[in-house]
Every structure is written in structure tokens, then in C-alpha cells.
Ligand binder design. Structure first.
Ligand SMILES: Cc1cc2nc3c(=O)[nH]c(=O)nc-3n(C[C@H](O)[C@H](O)[C@H](O)COP(=O)(O)O)c2cc1C
Length: 204
């Protein structure tokens, strides 16, 4: 089958975790958001709001906040693990320890741009925002830029005032947090994908 540019972008996009310090232009950021705005959304509600953070001190502070929450979770993990299966997995605990004790920004990778896709707390709205997020990451890739979805941002809601500091409006949740920037390293290999045979069920 002849490859087309969309399919190539889907296959080639990678999560980028090393960025140069070069800022993105406003035009580049607007282009990325345009790709998000054209994503499908339930009932065409377009529930998203985009919070664009380029203030590096704020990104660094949010990184510290996420790691502060991780440290607290670790402190109380022997009780919390009764309720969270994640904390019963030693690999997850080790990962939290690595982030919590690392002086570097292991959360946002010192990327020059962080975009929060926020919406009201509703299942369909969050799914629509996830579509926008993927469009944005593919668009960034097509522009020669790197991106990475940062799920760890969810820890911010456990810290009083942290979401407000990030500009999240009242009654809204962060559905997706994505960093963008100029990739520092060359090609990153794709993490192994599961075999098709194991994940597709054909009903013919
Ligand atoms: C919902 C979601 C949350 C993620 N959270 C993180 C994260 O907090 N930190 C990180 O480095 N990567 C995060 N990632 C990136 C995944 O690790 C990555 O997509 C996966 O390993 C596959 O690699 P690829 O994106 O290069 O294909 C997240 C991805 C998704 C979709």
C-alpha cells in the first residue's frame, strides 16, 4: 500500500523527552492548536479550552508541585496501597521515588511549551479532548517539533491551589497536558507495539 503523509506521521511520531531551549513561535503554537480545534467532538460540543504556558518559571514550579505530591504519596503509601493497586506494583513505587528525588525536571523535561487541554468533568468531554490532544501531537510532528503527553499532571489536583495556579478555570479538569518543543536528539525508536494477533478480534 502507498504510504500517505497522515499515515507516515502516525507511524513516525514519538514521545520526545529531550528538548533544546529554543522557544516556539506564536504561529507554531497557534497552528498546533488549530489542529486540536479540528478534532472530532461528541455532539460537536468542542468542549476544550487550551491553556498555553510558555512561562518557564511556572512550568518548573508545576514540576516541583507534581513531585511534591509524589513524595507525599510515597510517605503514606503503606496506607494508600490498600486503596490503589498502582501502589502495590514495586515498579510504580520506584518510578515515583525516581521522580520525587530527582532535582531535575523529570516531569516536563524542561520543554519550552506546556499546553493544558481543559474541559468540564464529563466522560464525553474528556474523550473529545483526547482526540484534540492526538491531533496536536501529530500536527507538531508534521512541523518538525516534538511532543509528549504528560499524564503525571493528574497529581496536581491533589495539591490545593495547584490547578488554579496553572490557570484551570473553576469546574474544569485537565483532560490532557502536552509539552512541545524542538527535539534535542535525532530519531527515537518506537517502543515495541503489541502484536496484531493478540489485540484484534475479527467477527466476519
Ligand atoms: C494518557 C497518556 C499519559 C502519558 N503520560 C506520560 C508521562 O507522564 N510522562 C511521559 O514521559 N510519557 C507519558 N506518556 C507517553 C507514553 O509513555 C508514550 O506514548 C508510550 O510510551 C509510547 O511511546 P510513543 O509515544 O513514542 O509511541 C503518556 C501517554 C499517554 C497517552
Amino acid at each position: 500500500m502507498q504510504e500517505n503523509p497522515v499515515f507516515s506521521a502516525i507511524l513516525e511520531r514519538r514521545s520526545v523527552r529531550r528538548y533544546t531551549s529554543e522557544a516556539l513561535t506564536k504561529e507554531e503554537i497557534e497552528k498546533i492548536i488549530e489542529a486540536g480545534r479540528y478534532a472530532p467532538s461528541a455532539k460537536n460540543a468542542q468542549p476544550w479550552r487550551f491553556i498555553v504556558i510558555t512561562k518557564r518559571e511556572l512550568i518548573a514550579e508545576m514540576s516541583r508541585d507534581v513531585r511534591k505530591v509524589m513524595a507525599r504519596i510515597l510517605k503514606f503509601r503503606f496506607i494508600l496501597k490498600l486503596f490503589s493497586s498502582d501502589l502495590r506494583n514495586p515498579a510504580n513505587v520506584q518510578s515515583l521515588k525516581n521522580h520525587a528525588t530527582n532535582p531535575k525536571d523529570t516531569i516536563f523535561f524542561e520543554a519550552p511549551v506546556l499546553i493544558l487541554v481543559v474541559c468540564k468533568k464529563d466522560h464525553f468531554q474528556e474523550m473529545s479532548c483526547a482526540c484534540a490532544a492526538e491531533n496536536m501531537m501529530l500536527a507538531a510532528h508534521s512541523m518538525g517539533l516534538g511532543s509528549c503527553w504528560i499524564g503525571y499532571v493528574r497529581f496536581l489536583k491533589l495539591l490545593a491551589g495547584a490547578n488554579k495556579k496553572a490557570g484551570v478555570p473553576k469546574g474544569h479538569n485537565i483532560a490532557a497536558a502536552i509539552v512541545f518543543g524542538h527535539p534535542e536528539n535525532g530519531n527515537v525508536n518506537a517502543p515495541k507495539r503489541k502484536e496484531e494477533a493478540g489485540i484484534i478480534k475479527w467477527i466476519e
